[in-house]
Design a protein around this ligand. Structure first.
Ligand code: PHE
Length: 452
């Protein structure tokens, strides 16, 4: 019913439930970045010090840019390309600003391509942690999984297929229905994992690791990583939030919803740390092991833990759910564009773009094995190159452009209209940040990165 309606008059697509925007945007934000990325980065970058810097980035840069994206998306009620174009034209500026939207669509597909490979490993780990092989160490286990391109490809394909299925069902019947189911599940599973860490882990040590700042490990790159992590984690700079914002009903308060989404995202990242580090410490492992923290260290803790064959699968199911609700927001902006421009139907768009991401993802599959020695950007393998290109380059650049546009080019009364349900003071503070603080901070990090 809805999807039929929505494919006729695109302007009328809107979330039905009052909380759907928050659920969908939190679904986009909360993902591998929170549960897999945040803990291992906090682990290698000085624990509490990293957490503190991260919080600053969320407030000074993330929140204002998130609001800007929603403002631009909602007033146009169109996909990011056309939303940027409309906002520019209505402010009397060149329609070339739509490149920001284009860069978002491209980043979305690129991120999806490798995100899906890692999410596929999470899916596989649901089974592995349910019946871990007795004579195989968790390091060896990870090697077994990643050395088989057939196995990685299989799970990558399953994950992409799930995305195509959800996205082709439509904004309301697909995305809205899924996030209303997945997000409460995610939250409950997360609480179960934290309670597990209180019972089976060294909770006090986990707490002090996450909250007692150790500034000896902090240097310029810590800021860089924290900023990159904040962008990635809030799904900013690439159109996901702008696109979801375009489905936000007019009477919802942009400031409050953004604050809620950023708050939930941060809460889940910290809860993930509290679920993981107490276990890592209790089982005598190192917190700073990097990307393998979840797949190697945590798996071996699950093997030794009472009921580990239940807790383990629950954890990897949590990770998979979080990844799925993020991945659909990577595919939606470009599908929305195809549908809106009447290039093809939503179903065909989801198929074409999903398969395209699947195809690029094969490079990331191979970078774990056959292509592991082949460098693409600098000395980075395929997966790391795409990750670098999107996470360290396109996303911060996209976010900076959104901030510069919203701060300096977007007509004030257009933004004010969208923020009208908030106090005028909110508008003034937002305007100050988006004009002077956010773009300068992103630019500083960005330039530092390019020169180093
Ligand atoms: N925010 C997601 C995460 O933390 C990743 C993501 C990035 C999703 C950009 C959508 C857009 O895992």
């Amino acid at each position: 019913m809805h999807s039929k309606h929505s494919s006729q008059i695109n302007e009328t697509i809107s979330w039905v439930g009052k909380w759907t925007f928050v659920l969908a945007a939190a679904g986009s934000a909360v993902g591998l970045g929170n549960i897999w990325g945040f803990p291992y980065k906090a682990g290698t970058e000085g624990g509490g010090a990293f957490v503190l810097i991260y919080l600053l980035c969320i407030l000074a840069v993330g929140l204002p840019i998130m609001m800007a994206e929603i403002i631009i998306g909602r007033r146009a009620r169109k996909s990011p390309v056309n939303a940027m174009k409309n906002a520019a034209i209505d402010s009397g500026k060149t329609s070339n600003w739509q490149v920001v939207g284009w860069s978002g669509l491209i980043s979305g597909i690129l991120i999806l391509s490798f995100y899906s490979v890692i999410a596929g490993i999470c899916l596989n780990y649901i089974l592995i942690s349910a019946s871990p092989a007795a004579d195989v160490s968790s390091v060896e286990q990870f090697g077994i999984v990643t050395s088989s391109s057939g196995r990685l490809l299989f799970w990558h394909s399953i994950f992409i297929a799930l995305n195509i299925l959800i996205i082709s069902a439509g904004v309301v019947d697909g995305i809205e229905r899924m996030v209303r189911l997945l997000m409460p599940m995610l939250f409950i599973l997360m609480l179960v994992m934290v309670i597990n860490a209180m019972i089976n882990g060294d909770f006090a040590r986990g707490l002090s690791f996450l909250f007692a700042p150790d500034f000896s490990q902090v240097d310029a790159t810590t800021f860089l990583r924290a900023m990159g992590q904040a962008f990635f984690s809030l799904s900013l700079g690439m159109g996901s939030i702008m696109c979801y914002g375009s489905y936000m009903p007019q009477n919802e308060n942009i400031f409050k919803t953004s604050l809620t989404v950023a708050g939930l995202d941060t809460l889940i990242a910290i809860l993930a740390g509290l679920a993981i580090f107490p276990i890592i410490f209790a089982y005598g492992m190192e917190p700073g092991t990097g990307p393998g923290l979840v797949f190697v260290s945590l798996l071996s803790a699950f093997v030794d833990m009472p009921f580990g064959n239940i807790v383990g699968p629950a954890f990897f199911a949590l990770l998979s759910i979080a990844a799925l609700s993020s991945a659909i927001s990577l595919l939606e902006p470009s599908v929305a564009y195809f549908e809106e421009e009447k290039i093809v139907s939503r179903f065909s768009a989801a198929m074409i773009l999903g398969l395209f991401a699947w195809f690029i993802g094969i490079g990331s599959v191979l970078s774990f094995n056959d292509w592991s020695d082949i460098s693409f950007i600098g000395n980075l393998n395929f997966l790391d190159s795409i990750d670098y290109l999107t996470n360290q380059f396109l996303m911060p650049l996209g976010g900076m452009m959104v901030a510069i546009f919203a701060g300096w080019f977007l007509k004030s009364n257009l933004a004010l209209d969208e923020l009208s349900s908030s106090h005028i003071l909110i508008f003034k503070i937002w305007k100050f940040f988006i004009k002077f603080i956010s773009p300068v901070l992103v630019a500083a990090v960005f330039v530092y990165q390019l020169v180093s």
